[in-house]
Design a binder for this molecule. Structure first.
Ligand code: ATP
Ligand code: MG
Length: 727
């Protein structure tokens, strides 16, 4: 080994280096965006390995996405100078949770090949339970109960532990009972939901001291990225793993846990994340060393100035200073642009991207970050038209498609015969005359004999209980499933997958479908199967699918990234486009309605996350009209635009080549009819007169005009669908 500091420590600033080298005891790194928190974590792992303090298998490291885990692993390999064979415990909370649970499944009454339910299955199951309780599932929607159960699990609460008020608030006081029934049902199905991936390990740790002890002696170092977004259950899980029991002399062994985070980037409050975990850290881990990093290595002074000014409008902050020496007179200011509508916005951004590309910039260095996933459509369509490569990151978009879910259900029932929900999904898809009545009979039989649905089907086809026609259909299906099951270990899984979809008639179903989407669906199915090739077995693939949070991007092609702001955490790009900065969309109306001031502050943190993804160029866009669920609606620029500091911002007069408003934009046929906008786009003034102040004044006028409109067009309450996430 060379003398002096190891290679990987070079270039770190003194605080970063302190965070890397303080390997013993609890450490909390609290620092703003782009200050090198993730880099510190990665280097710290490299340091631990290179100094021989632990083997890779003795390090537990939690990242926010699977993709981040893969990248971190690759980085560590580079830093240490050799490939790291296996950091088995580097992953997301969920992926580590599922691994632990498979090892100890029997301790909570599961078989280690348990299934992980997706939301769809979960809803279907809850609906059955709600009906079984004699409740009206219209009045007491399964979706609502699913949300409540999810929230309870995020707080680490078992049915017995939920607050009385919560229990009373659903299903005529049957909330607790339903939660319990759901857990019981999951157990009989040998299934878990996402929340269980942490809840059940927590239970195991609490009830089985020997198991916890095993992990205590296993994990010498624990590291957590994006700590500000941990929820209570995750915190409980971490604390159980990190805190060691007192030694005979009363002292406690050092806890080598290092968490890094930024309270200003806490954007998952709506999913139960608790910023307070940052404050709890020092209490739960006495003697914790708190390290602050203040130098931003990512962004230009303009971008950082904009971000700092924006986030300063929040009240609930721990407060940090940030500086950069990346200030160059040539640096571009943050650019604010306007468009007529989202297609226009997508077109202009597409042109800007092409212009950058023709100047030699890589598409990989550009990203579009949207507030809500529906915004992606315009960009996807535009990019397809332009033939511009793009990738969608985060969100199980592809796997959420109907045809993909159906296909996966077939694969699931084949690889795990007890997966009732999978069988239920495909029992009559394609239609085979197995309707409600047949399904009810199967359910009754399964319940009476306490068997799986597939077994019940097997039993039923040997009896006269079913009418001949459905019985024959069921027999054919059961025999097919059994045949496919028999092939599981003998046939390459992709081949088997193809065979299943063909023999089941599923592919034909779409071939015979005359709807315009059908060809696309067939393509998606093909895509699904070719995707499977990268996995060693069908089961491995299914597990991957249920865990996958970042859309798989196996292509190494140069491509623009498209994702929600929530999925953009931790990432960085030379050029970032932030479209849709309009009141109601961003800040999102629902966040304001439901969260009030706190909701607004979380939206602002999301804006801060977006702005701080950019290294060199940042473009913020707003449109004056937006179509939501088929309804046109006039919009006004986001208040966050007002909150950007003038000195770092440039309002772009007219879009580069699309003939912006200032240059006499001809105007598109007004979707509302002429009276609505006095024939001119709402923001035309701000574009014919330069100047930031002017733009702001016009915005205020526009506010009154738009909100005061009595056009008779009923404008729907904005509900952009789920605030999307990459979690
Ligand atoms: P975020 O809060 O957005 O997750 P972060 O604090 O995790 O940001 P990193 O992603 O680790 O920040 O670092 C931001 C950028 O700065 C990266 O490109 C990283 O390589 C670079 N960087 C970090 N520390 C240094 C350093 N000491 N010298 C040079 N570059 C650095
Ligand atoms: Mg980071």
């Amino acid at each position: 080994a060379a003398r002096g500091a190891p290679r990987y420590l070079e270039g770190l600033n003194p605080e970063q280096r302190l965070a890397v080298e303080t390997t013993e005891g609890p450490v909390l790194v609290l620092a703003g965006a782009g200050t090198g928190k993730t880099r510190v974590l990665t280097t710290r792992i490299a340091h631990i390995l290179a100094s021989g303090l632990a083997y890779p298998s003795q390090i537990l490291a939690v990242t926010f996405t699977n993709k981040a885990a893969r990248e971190m692993k690759a980085r560590i390999g580079i830093l240490v100078g050799e490939a790291i064979e296996g950091m088995p415990w580097l992953g997301t909370f969920h992926s580590i949770g599922v691994k632990m649970l498979r090892r100890h499944a029997e301790l909570v009454g599961l078989n280690s090949n348990f299934t992980i339910l997706d939301t769809d299955d979960q809803i279907r199951l809850l609906k059955q339970l709600i009906q079984a309780e004699g409740l009206d599932d219209k009045r007491w929607p399964a979706r609502q109960l699913a949300g409540m159960i999810d929230a309870w699990k995020n707080k680490g609460l078992s049915p017995a532990e939920i607050p009385e008020g919560d229990a009373r608030s659903f299903g005529n006081g049957k909330g607790r009972q339903l939660y319990q029934a759901y857990q019981d049902r999951l157990k009989t199905l040998n299934a878990v939901d996402f929340g269980d991936l942490l809840m059940l390990p927590i239970r195991i740790f609490r009830e089985h001291a020997d198991v916890l002890r095993e992990y205590h002696s296993k994990f010498r170092y624990i590291l957590v990225d994006e700590y500000q977004d941990t929820n209570t259950a995750q915190y409980m899980w971490l604390r159980l793993l990190a805190q060691r029991p007192a030694l005979p002399d009363g002292s406690r062994p050092a806890v080598n846990i290092c968490c890094v985070g930024d309270d200003d980037q806490s954007i998952y409050g709506w999913r139960g994340a608790e910023v307070d975990n940052i404050l709890r850290f020092e209490k739960d881990f006495p003697g914790a060393k708190v390290i602050r990093l203040e130098r931003n290595y990512r962004s230009t002074a303009h971008i950082l100035g904009a971000a700092s000014h924006l986030i300063a409008h929040n009240e609930g902050r721990l407060g940090k200073t940030l500086f950069t020496d990346r200030g160059d007179p040539d640096d571009a200011r943050v650019k604010v642009h306007a468009a007529w509508d989202s297609d226009e916005e997508a077109r202009a951004i597409g042109e800007e991207i092409e212009a950058l590309q023709s100047k030699g910039h890589a598409l990989n260095d550009m990203a579009i970050l949207v507030r809500a996933s529906f915004q992606m459509r315009a960009f996807e369509e535009r990019f397809i038209t332009l033939g511009l490569n793009y990738r969608v990151i985060g969100g199980p978009r592809f796997y959420e498609r109907q045809e993909i879910r159906d296909a996966l259900a077939y694969f699931r029932i084949v690889s795990q015969g007890s997966d009732d929900l999978a069988l239920e999904r495909i029992i009559n898809v394609p239609k085979r005359g197995l309707g409600e009545a047949a399904l009810r009979l199967m359910h009754d039989t399964a319940r009476a004999r306490n068997t799986s649905l597939l077994q019940a089907a097997r039993d039923l086809i040997g009896t006269e209980e079913m009418k001949p026609k459905p019985r024959a259909a069921l027999r054919a299906l059961v025999e097919s499933i059994e045949r496919w099951q028999g092939m599981l270990d003998r046939t390459p899984h992709t081949e088997l997958a193809e065979l299943i979809l063909e023999e089941s008639g599923y592919v034909d179903m779409w071939k015979n479908d005359r709807s315009p989407e059908a060809p696309g669906r067939l393509e998606n199915l093909k895509e699904l199967i070719s995707n499977m090739e990268g996995y060693e077995s069908m089961r491995a693939f299914l597990e991957h699918v249920s865990l996958v949070m970042d859309a798989e991007q196996n292509d190494d092609q140069d491509a623009v990234s498209l994702m929600t702001l929530h999925s953009a955490k931790g990432l960085e790009f030379d050029t970032v486009f932030l479209p849709g900065w309009e009141e109601g969309l961003f800040p999102h109306q629902r966040a304001l309605d439901e969260g009030g001031r706190a909701g607004l502050e979380e939206e602002r943190r999301l804006a801060y996350v977006g702005v701080t993804r950019a290294k060199k160029n940042l473009h913020i866009w707003f449109t004056s009209n937006r179509r939501i669920h088929g309804l046109w609606q006039s919009t006004i620029p986001s208040r966050f635009i007002d909150e950007l500091p003038e000195e770092h911002v440039e309002v772009v007069e007219s879009g580069s080549s699309y003939g912006g408003y200032g240059s006499g934009y001809p105007g598109r046929p007004n979707p509302y009819g002429a009276s609505r906008f006095d024939d001119t786009p709402v923001f035309s003034n701000s574009y014919s007169t330069p100047g930031w102040q002017r733009a702001q004044r016009n915005r205020n006028e526009a506010t009154q005009r738009n909100w005061g409109n009595r056009s008779g067009h009923q404008v729907e309450r904005i509900g952009y669908g789920e605030p999307d996430s990459g979690y």
